[in-house]
Write a protein that binds this ligand. Structure first.
Ligand SMILES: N[C@@H](CCC(=O)NCCCC(=O)O)C(=O)O
Length: 268
């Protein structure tokens, strides 16, 4: 009796879009994504698909393939023109090609109930995409800490714990972790100045800066965090919980989608 070969559709892991960053390598433009983010998507039990800068009209085609969206960190800043400001420090890197398609991608993914996990730059992108604004230099704001890392420090120190975050009651983080505080790393010069309408604060730093948010009105799991849970995620129980929750949501989304395709009347 030859064993039944499962159809690919019954075994494939959920497909998660990972928008690439755009960098020059020498004189040539490249699309790149950090290995630690790819590893984090795999730790979530999902299949990472790094996506080069898409044309705005390709966003819906890509979302038709997606069971999740994972927005990575990046040294580049979200261009301040998207929150009606001029560039504060021209020495800091930008990535307008990423902005141009992730900013329309984010609300469309949420509207479709596609699970979304956003980290650092991705957290900032999501806030701007939904109508919020950023401090371009958090460290220059009265009463706020310097949330940047020091470039010359060893990488383990740069991504090591720096400050606690306090979980706000009533959100995704409290459901997953309980009402608690825990240490996080901090590698960002931009930060939330105005939270977009409809977003719920999930956690704050000791200086009050928003460090995590979600959109409760969205059908699907969504969580955006300013810190880097992908850093050595497999040895951080909190990171594992957050990433596994994202992965579970992507699996549920995929199952529901497959059922709806099966139930769709076949065209004769
Ligand atoms: N440029 C923004 C976002 C900072 C950020 O994502 N840092 C991580 C960069 C390296 C990595 O991907 O781990 C800001 O400065 O606020």
């Amino acid at each position: 009796m030859t064993p039944a070969v499962p159809s690919p559709s019954t075994t494939r892991r959920p497909l998660v879009l990972v928008p690439a960053c755009n960098r020059l390598v020498g004189a040539h433009p490249f699309h790149i994504a950090g290995q630690k983010y790819i590893d984090a998507v795999r730790l979530a039990g999902c299949l990472p698909l790094v996506v080069p800068a898409a044309q705005p009209h390709e966003v819906d085609e890509l979302l038709d393939l997606a069971d999740g969206v994972f927005l990575t960190g990046s040294p580049s800043n979200v261009h301040p023109r998207h929150f009606d400001e001029v560039v504060h420090d021209p020495a800091l890197p930008l990535d307008p090609r990423r902005d141009d398609w992730t900013l329309p991608l984010i609300p469309r993914a949420l509207e479709r109930g596609i699970p979304l996990f956003a980290i650092c730059r991705g957290f900032q992108e999501a806030n701007v995409a939904l109508g919020g604004a950023l401090h371009q230099a958090v460290q220059e704001q009265p009463g706020l800490m310097d949330h940047r890392s020091r470039d010359g420090d060893p990488v383990d120190l740069q991504y090591g714990p720096v400050h606690p975050v306090m979980v706000e009651p009533g959100g995704v983080l409290e459901t997953l972790l309980g009402h608690m505080e825990f240490p996080v790393n901090s590698l960002h010069g931009q930060g939330i100045k105005r939270l977009a309408p409809g977003l719920r604060v999930e956690a704050r730093a000791p200086d009050g800066l928003v460090e995590a948010f979600s959109q409760p009105a969205a059908n699907g799991f969504n969580l955006a965090v300013q810190w880097h849970p992908e850093w050595q995620a497999q040895s951080n129980p909190i990171s594992v919980k957050l990433l596994r929750a994202f992965g579970d949501a992507c699996r549920t989304f995929r199952e529901r989608n497959r059922e709806s395709v099966r139930e769709r009347p076949r065209v004769p």
